[in-house]
Each structure stands twice: as structure tokens, then as C-alpha cells.
Write a protein that binds this ligand. Structure first.
Ligand code: GP9
Ligand code: MN
Length: 650
């Protein structure tokens, strides 16, 4: 029996660990991600890749190595389970490096344990005594040595035995590689095509790679991001980026010094709401005589509404909008800053306000690990992130809690905060694919009924109602006239068929209009005294949100590494450009769209108002160069952790 163990060791190890990985999957229980046949192949393959080398060890060493591997991997998977129970995420290298995150877990560790977890260690009852015996017992050593040592059986046999061992190790490695490669390749070329570039959720990666594969990928991701990206940036590049940030800071300083609205609302709370997939083309519109956004329409009567306001997001979608609005920086060309560079420094609205004596909290009723928010909100400086755990799911809707209840519970949470405070809320109910239950669909969308576009209209109508309730609740809590209340849409609705848009809007859309519909999101600012109400036509974008709030509060931002400029000013800023990740820009007069194929002659320069192509494209050239400068400066600050170097003391 004991002598058979070395040859049975590896298969036994794989079986036992497969059981533990399946148990992990069951306990984390992510909807739609239960382990399937492909996942089991990947899991077995990963285990083979982790353990193939044990076949090269002598029999006793092999058993000891397998026991050690079992203990180590079990500890890793169990640590992931505990971390997941608290943060709805997996442990990553940045998590381990960022103190605070794991520490937070400490106090609640008892609540995270479950008796079922003992299954993870069930095999240790047999393995640990075996391990000790292997180390201590001479008899066992003798039994395992069994046949006379290969060397004493002559050099030919010894060589053959060594070759056999080497070959079986290589065979197991190749088998493991194939078992991992085939399903992962299949997924990453089909449904998970953007997964490894988008990186939107560690759990989505887990769904393809399994938990052990995820850690391998995370290690690679970290090494690639931090150690393999060439040497230090060229000093000229850094100087140029500094210059861009300095110019922007100067514009803000200048406005702070001259604009009568600077500091007009000193000491007010700031309540900022990011609305999921909320585009501006629906605002103020009617369908079959019914207003789509009656509450926003009403709110506009005593608010500033910017109808040339644009989202500036890229692959990082919701997280890009969050970064743009809160850190006034551009998103990256690929992936999300939240997942790629959460451990870098940023000049966020929360941190700046906290320096000014504010409390700052983030509210979003979804898994805290999504978009790496647990980590990133720590970096951005919030006192607390109220994620799904902080809410009672008394209105289940779509992905999570309905926005009506989310807002209501959030007002309760923020009313308990010391004032002044900054509260950042992210809605969720109007998330793709927008199909809310019939009981919530209260708009008669006519011919759009049953289409995704019709569902979208229903969803924004519901969100509009939620906003109406939110305003009522803020008034009831005595917060409305003590707060600057702002909301903006995060990004477009990803409906790529233009036909329903054109039917809804009642006319064909030219290319420039399509660009504006696609990028246009609402930005509304309600000042504590309801002043300056009206619709403002000046161009602006998400990067301008934080500078706008700081300007109204009278907190200078000229020295911060921010790229936006305030939008709520007595006079609109002349020549302001809104820059998009593609290199497109608008200043409200022209719209520049760079060539998709990179050939300069294919760039387009439109007259913004009419949407007609300007015969002289060079009209857009200086602006296009500025757009590139802004994007390069932002990328450098983000990827090289140079935000601190971009600051200038005011
Ligand atoms: C989830 C939410 C959605 O927390 O913010 O993100 P999205 O898919 O829109 O980027
Ligand atoms: Mn979103």
C-alpha cells in the first residue's frame, strides 16, 4: 500500500485538489459562472502544470512535495474564499501590496468562517501524519526505497529510470498545458474576446481560468505592467506632460481669480450621481405624448443643464467615467485605470475635499470587487465605500438593487455623515440589456415595445422617477439646499443599430449627429439656492466635473494634476476643448474625428452646428494636436505613477 503511494500520489493530488476547487466554486457561487466541463479541464490542467515537476523527485521527496503543494494551494484558495466573502473579489498582487485592504478583513474574520469550510482541510487529517512519518520514520523510508537504488542496479538501468522520470514529467506538463490552453483559447476567441484586454472583473477572468489560473495570470499582469514596460520615460516626454498640466492649472487659477462664482457655495455638501448608460438624447423627449424624463425636466427649472456635455470613456466604461469625473484624467487606450493602476496616486475630488475638512463616501449597491472598486476607492481617498453589503435588497431589479431603493438607502447613510460631505453615488438599474420586469415598465413605448431600444426607454424612465424620488428624499432630510447636487451619464447604451434612434428622434442622423448622440450624456448641476438655472450650450465633458465642484466651493485646484476646467462660471471659457480617447475633439464650433486607418487625409473636420464637413480640414489641426498632447500627458501620469510629479504648488 505505502509503496504504491508514490505512483498514485500525483493522480490522488489532482483528484483531491479538483474536489477543493469545485467546492470553492460552489461556495463563491457567482451567478452564471458555475463550473462547467471546460472549467474542470482547465482546473485539472492547472494542477498538472503546478505539480508535473514532482515526478522528477525521488519517491519520498515526491510525496512530501505533493503534500506541501496541497497545503499551500489549499491555503491560497481558502484565503481567496474569505476575501471573496468580504470583498466579492479575488486576492491580487496589488491587494497584497496595498495595506489596508486585507487589514479591513481582520475584524470581521469570524463572521466569514463557515463549518462547511472544514472540507478544505479534510484530507490533511491523513496527509499530515503521513508527512510527519515520511520525515521521521526510518521504516517508512526503507519501505519507499523498496527495490535497491537504481544506481546500484547498474548505469544502464539508472539512466533508463531517469529518462522515464524525465519523460513522464514532460508528458504531464504537456498534457496540463493542452488542458489549459484549449478551453482558454476557445473562450478568448469567442465570448470572452475582450476579457484579457478589458479586465473588467477578476471574477470574469476566474470564470475562464479558474482560481489557480487566475493567480498565474495576475502574476503575469503585474509583472508586465510594472517590470516589463521599458525604462524610465524620456525627460522631454515628462516635461511636455508637466507643461500640459501646468497650462490647465493656469486656466483654472485664472478662472478662480476672476470668476464671481468661485467660492460662492463654500462649505456646501457635494452630492454627485453617476447614471448608468444615461444618454442625453432622451432628456426632455416625449413618446406618444408622454415625457420620457418628466422628473429631470422639472428639475431643470431650477438647475443648470449642459446639453453639449460628453462622456469621455473607453474600454473601462463605468470605471472610466468615474475616473474622468473624480480624478479629471483621461481613460487608457486599453483596459481600465481602476483595474490596471489602482495603486498609483491620483488627485481625486474626494482627497481634495478631505483636505478641506470634508467627509467623502462612495455608494454603489453592487459587488465591491467589480471594476476593482474596493482597491480604487481606497486610493481615491473615500472614507468608506458602501457597496452591496451595506444595502438591504428590498427592491431586487436587474443586476442588483433597484435605483429607487438604492437612492433612498443612500440618503439615509449620507444623512448620518458629518457635514460638509462629498457623496458619490453610482446607479445601476439602467444597465444593458435594460429589460426590466413589466411591473416597472410604465412608459408606453409604442412600436419600440419588446425591442432593446424600447427597454432602454423604459429603463431611463424608471431612473428618471428614481431621481425624482431622490430629490424628494434629499429635501426631506434637509440636505437639498445645503448641497450642490450634480448628475451625469456614464456612457452610451451600446445599442449599435441607428434605426431606432432615428425613428425616435424623427429624422436621419448625419455622421456628426451620430457622434453627438453616441457621446452625449446629460450633466445637470443644482446649486443650493437654485440659482443660474437654464440650458447651457458650451461644450464640456466628464473631466470637467471635479474642477466644477471645486470652483463652486472656492477650493483652488490649479496645483492639482487635473485636466478639466470648471463649467459653471459666469462666462463660458473661450476655446475650451473636449477631448475623446480616440483623439477626436470638439470645442463646440468644430468636431474633429481622427482617421481610423491612420492616414491624415482621412481625418474629418465637421462644422459642429450643421454637421457638414468643412472644406478646409486644417481648421481642426491645432485642436487635434492639443488633443494628442492631453491624451499623452494623461497616459504618462497614469501609467508611470507621475500624478505627484505633475502637481504644481499654487
Ligand atoms: C457595475 C456597474 C456596471 O458595478 O458599474 O459597469 P459597466 O458594465 O456599465 O461598465
Ligand atoms: Mn456603466
Amino acid at each position: 500500500m505505502v509503496t504504491a503511494l508514490p505512483s498514485l500520489g500525483l493522480p490522488l493530488f489532482v483528484l483531491v485538489m479538483l474536489f477543493k476547487l469545485a467546492l470553492f466554486d460552489r461556495l463563491v457561487h457567482v451567478p452564471y459562472m458555475a463550473m462547467n466541463a471546460d472549467d474542470r479541464l482547465v482546473a485539472a490542467g492547472t494542477l498538472a502544470l503546478l505539480a508535473f515537476w514532482t515526478l522528477w523527485l525521488p519517491r519520498r521527496g515526491r510525496l512530501l512535495a505533493l503534500i506541501a503543494l496541497d497545503v499551500l494551494l489549499t491555503a491560497l484558495v481558502y484565503a481567496d474564499l474569505l476575501y471573496f466573502r468580504y470583498f466579492q473579489d479575488l486576492i491580487t498582487i496589488p491587494v497584497l501590496l496595498q495595506a489596508g485592504q486585507v487589514g479591513e478583513l481582520g475584524d470581521s474574520i469570524h463572521a466569514l468562517l463557515s463549518p462547511r469550510d472544514l472540507w478544505f482541510a479534510a484530507d490533511w487529517a491523513a496527509l499530515l501524519p503521513l508527512g510527519i512519518a515520511l520525515l521521521a520514520s526510518k521504516r517508512l523510508r526503507g519501505a519507499l526505497a523498496g527495490r535497491p537504488a537504481a544506481a546500484s542496479r547498474g548505469p544502464g538501468r539508472a539512466r533508463r529510470a531517469a529518462i522515464r522520470r524525465l519523460a513522464s514529467g514532460v508528458a504531464v506538463f504537456l498534457l496540463g498545458f493542452a488542458l489549459v490552453y484549449a478551453p482558454v483559447h476557445k473562450a478568448s476567441t469567442t465570448w470572452a474576446a475582450d476579457l484579457f484586454t478589458g479586465n473588467w472583473w477578476n471574477l470574469s477572468l476566474y470564470n475562464v481560468t479558474g482560481v489557480l489560473g487566475f493567480h498565474g495570470y495576475d502574476l503575469y499582469r503585474y509583472a508586465d505592467e510594472h517590470w516589463m514596460r521599458g525604462g524610465a520615460p524620456a525627460p522631454a516626454e515628462v516635461a511636455e506632460a508637466k507643461e500640459v498640466f501646468r497650462e490647465r492649472g493656469d486656466v483654472r487659477d485664472q478662472l478662480d481669480a476672476t470668476d464671481p462664482l468661485f467660492g460662492r457655495y463654500k462649505g456646501s455638501n457635494v452630492i454627485l450621481v453617476q447614471l448608468e448608460a444615461f444618454q442625453s438624447f432622451v432628456v426632455g423627449k416625449r413618446i406618444g405624448g408622454q415625457p420620457v424624463t418628466p422628473n429631470i425636466d422639472k428639475l431643470m427649472a431650477d438647475s443648470l443643464y449642459f446639453d453639449n456635455f460628453y462622456h469621455q470613456t473607453a474600454q473601462g466604461r463605468t470605471s472610466d467615467a468615474d475616473l474622468a469625473a473624480n480624478a479629471s484624467l483621461q481613460p487608457l487606450p486599453s483596459g481600465s485605470v481602476f483595474t490596471r493602476f489602482a495603486q498609483h496616486a491620483y488627485d481625486s475630488l474626494a482627497l481634495t475635499l478631505k483636505d478641506g475638512g470634508y467627509a467623502a463616501n462612495a455608494f454603489h449597491a453592487y459587488d465591491g470587487g467589480f471594476w476593482n472598486r474596493n482597491m480604487m476607492y481606497d486610493t481615491l481617498g473615500y472614507d468608506e465605500f458602501f457597496s452591496k453589503n451595506a444595502y438591504t435588497i428590498d427592491e431586487p431589479l436587474g443586476w442588483s438593487l433597484g435605483d429607487k431603493s438604492f437612492f433612498k438607502q443612500s440618503v439615509r447613510l449620507m444623512a448620518a455623515q458629518p457635514q460638509p460631505f462629498y457623496s458619490f453615488l453610482i446607479s445601476l438599474s439602467s444597465h444593458h440589456p435594460y429589460a426590466l420586469p413589466a411591473s416597472v415598465q410604465t412608459l408606453d413605448v409604442g412600436a419600440f415595445k419588446g425591442t432593446m431600444f424600447g427597454d432602454y426607454l423604459e429603463a431611463v424612465h424608471y431612473v428618471d422617477a428614481a431621481i425624482g424620488q431622490l430629490v424628494g428624499e434629499l429635501k426631506a432630510a434637509g440636505l437639498w439646499d445645503r448641497s450642490i447636487f450634480m448628475f451625469y451619464g456614464d456612457h452610451d447604451n451600446s445599442i449599435d443599430d441607428w434605426q431606432p434612434f432615428e425613428t425616435f428622434l424623427g429624422h436621419r442622423l448625419n455622421d456628426a449627429e451620430r457622434f453627438r448622440v453616441l457621446k452625449g450624456v446629460p450633466f445637470l448641476v443644482h446649486l443650493p439656492d437654485g440659482a443660474r438655472a437654464g440650458t447651457y450650450r458650451q461644450a464640456g465633458g466628464q473631466l470637467d466635473v471635479a474642477p466644477t465642484a471645486l470652483h463652486l466651493l472656492g477650493i483652488p485646484s490649479g496645483g492639482k494634476a487635473m485636466l478639466g476646467t470648471p463649467l459653471v462660471t459666469a462666462q463660458p471659457l473661450a476655446g475650451k476643448e473636449v477631448v475623446f480617447r480616440s483623439g477626436a475633439f470638439t470645442d463646440g464650433k468644430v468636431l474633429y474625428v481622427p482617421p481610423e486607418d491612420g492616414l491624415p487625409e482621412h481625418s474629418r473636420c465637421y462644422d459642429f452646428a450643421s454637421g457638414s464637413l468643412l472644406p478646409d480640414a486644417s481648421r481642426c489641426s491645432p485642436g487635434a494636436q492639443d488633443a494628442v498632447r492631453e491624451l499623452q500627458a494623461s497616459d504618462l501620469a497614469v501609467t508611470r505613477d507621475l500624478v505627484p510629479a505633475m502637481r504644481r504648488e499654487p
